[in-house]
Ligand binder design. Structure first.
Ligand code: ADP
Ligand code: ZN
Ligand code: ZN
Length: 746
C-alpha cells in the first residue's frame, strides 16, 4: 500500500471472504476515490458495494474496473481502518464484514434523495433514514387550471406557507393524500423527503451542575487518571468500587480535564444502564456536544448521531457495545463502565468484545482506558494484581451506608419448598417495617442439570470441572466442553438419596407463591414477559420508586443498573441456576450477581439484608460474597482456574458448526476435530483440542450446533492454529463454521 494515488485500489467486500480485492479506477472516478469511501464494483456476475482500503501499485494483472464511487466524504479514517484490521485478524472475521458492522446501518441511504410519493416512508431499498415529506408550491407553475375544492385550499395554503410537512397538512385538512397526488400530477406542488434530525433525549430538560467535592478515594483516583492524561500515553486502569461509591463522578471530573486539553471521551455502558438519567448527568456537567448511541435508536437516529460524531461536532460519545467503533477523533479516554457485563460481547456474526477492543483502541489512540466495576471479571482482577492494569479503589459508598448483611440459608432437605421459612420471616418483618422486598430468581439457565435435594451434589465433568447437562434424547448427562457422558443416575452418587431432581422454577410460580403467602402485599413482577411492551420497564420501576410495590419479583434484569432506594431486603431463591450453569465461570457469575444484588439493597436510609437460599451453603462464591471478602474470593477462584486450566491461565476459542441436519453436523464436527488434531501435530502446537460435543444450545433457530473447544497456553499458539485452519478447511455446503475467540457463553 502506498500513500500516493495510483489507479489501483484495495477493496474489502462485506461477504464471508478472507481476502481483499484489487480494482482499477477509471480516470473519471479518480478525483473522487479515497480511503474510507464505498465503491460499487463488479464481483462475479454481480455488482457489490465495497470499502476502499487504500491505493496499491505495481500490479500487472488485468483488473476489473470500479463502477462508481458512492460517498462524497470518507466513512472511516486510516486510524479507524487500523482498528478494523486488528479486529478482523484477532477475531478471524472478514474485514469487509467488520467494517460493515462498525458503520451504522442507516448509512446505506446516505445522500440518496427520496422519491417522496405521499406521506408514508418514502425510501425504498436499504435501511431507512427517517424522513418526512415536505410540500411546497411548484417554482414555476405550468399553465393549467387550478383545481377546485379541497385541493385549491391546500394549494393556497402551500403558496402562503412556502413549505409544509405532511403531518401539518393532515392537521389542517384531514386526509388529503388524494388531493396532493392530483396536485403533484398537475405539477402545481413539489414534494421532497427531508431527513429529520432525531434527538432521542430532546424532551429532557437539563439544569447545569458543577463538580462535587471529592472524597479521599475519589480524589486519588482522579489525580492518578489526570496524571496519565497529562503524559499523553496509553494507560489502562481498573476503577473498582461498589455501586454508589462515586465512580461516575470520577469519570465526569477526569473527562472535564481531558476536554480542556482538546481531547475527546468515549464512554461505554451496558445497554440497560444507558438511561436518560445517566445521559443527563453528562449533559448537566458539560456544555460540549454529546452523542448517544444505543440499540433503542432507529437506524436513522443512530445514523444521525454517527454523522454528528464524524463531523467532529461532539466531544463525548456515550453508547453501548457498538459505540466502540464511533468515529470519534482525538480520543483521550475510553471508559468501560460495568466492565464485567456480558453484553459487551457481540454474540452473533462478528463476535467482538467491546471491553477488550477498548484497550486495543486506547493503545492506538494513546489514551487512558478506565474499566469501572464493583465486580471485576476474574481475568481483570488478575491483570490488576499483576500490574497490567493500575488498580484504583473506591472502598465506600459515598453516602456512608454500610453494605447489606448477607445470610446464607441451607435449602438441603427441604424438598419442594420454593420459599423457606427464614425468607418468609424476613419478608414479613420487612413488610411490617415498611420496607420493600426484591425476590430474585435467575432464569437464564437453558440447560438442565441434576441436583440432589438431600446433599446438594451436582454432576460435574471430571476433565473440565463444569456441570454436566442432561440430554433427553441420549438419556445421558453430557459435558459440552469435551463430550464426556454418563447415563442418567436414579440415585445421588454422593449420598444415595433418591431425591434427585432437575431444578427449575419460573418467576410466575414464585409470584403465585408470594401472593399466596403475603395476600396483603402489593406484588409486581419484572422479567422479559412483563417488560415486553415499550415503557413496560419504566412503568414497573416507577411503581417501585413511588412505593406502590411492596414485593418485586425479578430476574437478572433487576440486578443491573437500576436504583431501588426503598428496597431493604433481597431474597435470592434459586442461586443454583447461576452456580450450576455448565460454564467454567459459574462461580464468578454467582459472586458478581450476589454483589450486584447487594448493591440494590438498602441504598435508601436503612441498611439492607440479603438472604440466599441454596443447596451449596459452603460454596466460596456465596461465603465470600460481600466486599470485605473480595480478595479471598478472587484468590480461591484463580487457584481453581489455574488448576483446571481456564482463563487467565489459558486462552480459549470455540469453533461451532451449525446445520439443519443433525447427523451431518455431528459427522462434520468429527471431521473438523480430526483435521485440527492433524494440524496440531504438524505445527507441534501445544493447543489442547476438546470435543467435539453438542453445544449448550444444541439447536438454535432450526440449526443444530456442535462445538470444539481450543485451549491454548499462550495467544500466539492459538492464533497460529486458527490461521492454519482458515487456510486449509471449509465446511461443506449447508454447514457453517463460527469462530468465537475468547468466548463468553460457552
Ligand atoms: P457510582 O457510579 O459508583 O455508582 P456515582 O458517581 O453515581 O457512583 O455516585 C453515587 C451518588 O453519590 C450520586 O448521586 C452522586 O451524585 C453522589 N456523589 C458522588 N460523589 C460524591 C461526592 N464526592 N460528594 C457527594 N456526593 C457524591
Ligand atoms: Zn446427595
Ligand atoms: Zn469435560
Amino acid at each position: 500500500m502506498k500513500n500516493s494515488p495510483s489507479d489501483i485500489i484495495e477493496v474489502a467486500i462485506p461477504l464471508p471472504l478472507d481476502t481483499t480485492f484489487l480494482y482499477r479506477v477509471p480516470v473519471e472516478l479518480m478525483p473522487r476515490t479515497e480511503l474510507g469511501k464505498r465503491v460499487l464494483v463488479p464481483f462475479g456476475r454481480r455488482r457489490v458495494t465495497g470499502y476502499v482500503l487504500g491505493f496499491a501499485t505495481g500490479e500487472e494483472r488485468e483488473l476489473r474496473e470500479v463502477c462508481d464511487v458512492l460517498d462524497d466524504t470518507p466513512l472511516f479514517t486510516r486510524k479507524e481502518l487500523e482498528l478494523y484490521r486488528w479486529a478482523s485478524s484477532y477475531y478471524l472475521h472478514p474485514l469487509g464484514e467488520v467494517i460493515k458492522a462498525a458503520l451504522p446501518a442507516g448509512i446505506n441511504v446516505q445522500s440518496r434523495r427520496a422519491d417522496a410519493n405521499g406521506d408514508g416512508d418514502a425510501l425504498t431499498g436499504g435501511k431507512q433514514v427517517k424522513t418526512e415529506p415536505v410540500y411546497g408550491p411548484a417554482a414555476a407553475p405550468p399553465a393549467v387550471d387550478a383545481p377546485r375544492g379541497k385541493a385549491s385550499l391546500i394549494l393556497d395554503h402551500l403558496r402562503q406557507a412556502e413549505e409544509t410537512t405532511a403531518a401539518e397538512l393532515r392537521g389542517i385538512f384531514g386526509d388529503c393524500s388524494l388531493q396532493l397526488r392530483r396536485l403533484r400530477e398537475l405539477g402545481l406542488v413539489e414534494v421532497e423527503a427531508r431527513e429529520i434530525y432525531r434527538d432521542p433525549f430532546r424532551d429532557e430538560t437539563v439544569t447545569p451542575d458543577s463538580p462535587l467535592a471529592l472524597n479521599a478515594g475519589q480524589s486519588e483516583a482522579r489525580d492518578r487518571i489526570v496524571d496519565a492524561i497529562d503524559t499523553g500515553r496509553f494507560a489502562p486502569f481498573l476503577l473498582h468500587g461498589v455501586t454508589g461509591s462515586g465512580k461516575t463522578e470520577v469519570y465526569l471530573q477526569t473527562i472535564a480535564h481531558l476536554l480542556n486539553k482538546e481531547r475527546t471521551a468515549l464512554v461505554l455502558v451496558p445497554e440497560i444502564a444507558l438511561t436518560p438519567q445517566l445521559v443527563n448527568r453528562f449533559r448537566r456537567r458539560f456544555r460540549c456536544g454529546i452523542a448517544v448511541l444505543h440499540s433503542g435508536l432507529s437506524d436513522g437516529e443512530r445514523y444521525d448521531e454517527w454523522r454528528r460524531i464524524r463531523r467532529g461536532e461532539v466531544s463525548i460519545v456515550i453508547g453501548a457495545r457498538s459505540a466502540i467503533f464511533a468515529p470519534l477523533e482525538r480520543i483521550g479516554m475510553i471508559v468501560v463502565d460495568e466492565e464485567h457485563e456480558a453484553s459487551y460481547k457481540q454474540s452473533e456474526g462478528f463476535r467482538y468484545n467491546a471491553r477488550d477492543l477498548a484497550l486495543v483502541r486506547g493503545k492506538m489512540e494513546h489514551a487512558c482506558v478506565v474499566l469501572g466495576t464493583a465486580t471485576p471479571q476474574v481475568t481483570t482482577w488478575h491483570a490488576a494484581t499483576t500490574g497490567k492494569l493500575a488498580l484504583l479503589s473506591l472502598p465506600d459508598r459515598v453516602n456512608g451506608l454500610p453494605m447489606p448483611h448477607v445470610e446464607v440459608i441451607d435449602a438441603r432437605g427441604h424438598k419442594g419448598e420454593a420459599i423457606l421459612p427464614p425468607l418468609v420471616e424476613g419478608i414479613d418483618a420487612n413488610l411490617a417495617g415498611g420496607g420493600q422486598t426484591l425476590v430474585f430468581l435467575n432464569r437464564r439457565g437453558f440447560a438442565t442439570w441434576l441436583t440432589c435435594e438431600e446433599c446438594g451434589h451436582v454432576l460435574r465433568c471430571p476433565n473440565c470441572a463444569v456441570t454436566l447437562t442432561y440430554h433427553q434424547r441420549r438419556n445421558r448427562h453430557v459435558c459440552h466442553y469435551c463430550d464426556y457422558a454418563i447415563p442418567a443416575p436414579s440415585v445421588c452418587p454422593e449420598c444415595g438419596s433418591t431425591q434427585v431432581t432437575h431444578l427449575g422454577l419460573g418467576t410466575e410460580r414464585i409470584e403465585e407463591l408470594v401472593r399466596e403467602r403475603f395476600p396483603e402485599a402489593r406484588v409486581d413482577r419484572m422479567d422479559r414477559d412483563t417488560t415486553r411492551g415499550k415503557g413496560g420497564h419504566a412503568r414497573i420501576l416507577r411503581k417501585v420508586a413511588e412505593r406502590k410495590t411492596d414485593i418485586l419479583i425479578g430476574t437478572q434484569m433487576v440486578a443491573k443498573g437500576h436504583d431501588f432506594p426503598g428496597i431493604t431486603l433481597v431474597g435470592i431463591v434459586s442461586v443454583e441456576s447461576t452456580l450450576n450453569i455448565p460454564d467454567y465461570r459459574s462461580a464468578e457469575r454467582t459472586y458478581q450477581l450476589i454483589t450486584q444484588l447487594m448493591g440494590r439493597a438498602g441504598r435508601g436510609l436503612d441498611a439492607g439484608k440479603v438472604i440466599i437460599q441454596t443447596f451449596n451453603p459452603d460454596h466460596y462464591a456465596l461465603t465470600h460474597a460481600g466486599t470485605g471478602l473480595l480478595e479471598k474470593f478472587y484468590t480461591t477462584e484463580l487457584a481453581f482456574r489455574q488448576e483446571t486450566g481456564y482463563p487467565p491461565f489459558v486462552h480459549l476459542a470455540a469453533l461451532c458448526l451449525t446445520g439443519t441436519a443433525a447427523p451431518s453436523v455431528e459427522q462434520e464436527s468429527a471431521v473438523l476435530a480430526g483435521h485440527l488434531r492433524t494440524l496440531r501435530r504438524e505445527l507441534s502446537s501445544r493447543v489442547e483440542i476438546l470435543g467435539p460435543s453438542p453445544a449448550p444450545l444444541t439447536k438454535l433457530r432450526g440449526r443444530f450446533r456442535w462445538q470444539t473447544l481450543l485451549k491454548a497456553p499462550e495467544r500466539p499458539a492459538l492464533h497460529r492454529l486458527l490461521a492454519a485452519l482458515r487456510s486449509s478447511y471449509a465446511p461443506p455446503s449447508g454447514i457453517r463454521l463460527q469462530v468465537d475467540v475468547d468466548p463468553v457463553d460457552l
